[in-house]
Design a protein around this ligand. Structure first.
Ligand code: MLT
Ligand code: MN
Ligand code: ZN
Length: 304
């Protein structure tokens, strides 16, 4: 299978429009070595022709312009995107659906909770009903239950409920017990048996999540923050990483420690613009490199 990183940044992107933190200001002025990044999304295919879009970021149109593989041009109106899977109802993962309104109904795979959010509280699905319409495919959440995506041969999927936070506008923000708020995805190549575990929003690595990570040939996981108090210390926000459902990389029990025993490829994704790892010359980036952990970038392709 091929995984293409369409957008490797967290909400806001990098640089963020209104931010002058050392990273955003530095990349704008060319004062640091860093690459700009668009908001969180990947695409996956087993045959280079039929793609699943996983999350639809506000930057989707720019992302598709730089991914010609996703436009096979077989007909007057065409796309390589056969379906869309959503891992939550966050703004950075769903707003791009509105940019895909010109075609046939969108085939959207998401939990019933995410469907509720996008119908009642941020009614993107209802709005799309006046354009292309959507067909909702509910995701099974029971332990061990997998699913397939119509039109996507050669790939199997499992939705894994993860600890994170629902979108700020959603009742799920305050309902940590609803497993439909946030999922990670195991994507398996049914021919080779190899799998990737993708989870851009992960506040804790519980036993079940760890088992999926340990079995995967590659993990692409939450790279939002280096420290819990990163945004508070910089003065850009009063929120800590744990308030918004992200496990920081550094420190005791952090993502680096959780990844250390894994044998497969380790890639961070959904990186916030405040994170020092974006500066390719930072000591934090060097620490990751020494630990064998990669930082994803827009346009990165992984073959599994
Ligand atoms: C998050 O994952 O917490 C988001 O990136 C927040 C946002 O979309 O603004
Ligand atoms: Mn996000
Ligand atoms: Zn910034």
């Amino acid at each position: 299978m091929k995984i293409r990183v369409l957008g490797s940044a967290a909400g806001g992107g990098f640089p963020q429009w209104n931010c002058n933190c050392p990273n955003c200001d530095g990349v704008r002025r060319g004062a640091i070595r860093a690459q700009p990044r668009t908001q969180s999304s990947i695409a996956v295919s087993a045959d280079d022709e039929n793609w699943v879009l996983i999350n639809a970021s506000p930057d989707i149109l720019t992302q598709l312009k730089s991914a010609p593989d996703l436009q096979p041009a077989r007909a007057l109106r065409d796309t390589g995107i056969r379906a869309i899977i959503l891992v939550d109802s966050q703004i950075d993962h769903t707003t791009g659906l509105l940019m895909l309104r010109e075609g046939v109904p969108l085939e959207i795979y998401c939990t019933d909770t995410v469907r509720r959010d996008l119908t009642e509280f941020n009614p993107i699905f209802r709005v799309l009903g006046h354009y292309c319409g959507i067909n909702h495919h509910p995701l099974p959440l029971a332990d061990g239950a997998g699913f397939t995506v119509d039109g996507i041969g050669g790939l199997g999927f499992t939705a894994v409920p993860v600890t994170s936070k629902g979108a700020p506008y959603s009742p799920g923000r305050h309902d940590a017990d609803d497993p439909g708020n946030n999922i990670g995805l195991v994507i398996s190549d049914t021919t080779s048996g190899r799998s990737v575990f993708y989870s851009p929003g992960l506040a804790a690595v519980d036993g079940r999540v760890y088992d999926h990570m340990a079995r995967a040939g590659c993990v692409m996981v939450d790279g939002t923050f280096w420290t819990d108090d990163e945004m508070v210390r910089l003065g850009v926000s009063k929120k800590y990483a744990h308030d918004i459902g992200h496990l920081p990389q550094s420190g005791a029990g952090g993502m680096m420690q959780r990844l250390a025993p894994l044998k497969g490829r380790k890639v961070l994704i959904h990186i916030n613009n405040t994170n020092p790892i974006l500066d390719e010359e930072s000591p934090q980036r060097a620490e990751l490199t020494r630990a064998g952990i990669e930082v994803s970038y827009d346009g990165m392709e992984i073959e599994l």
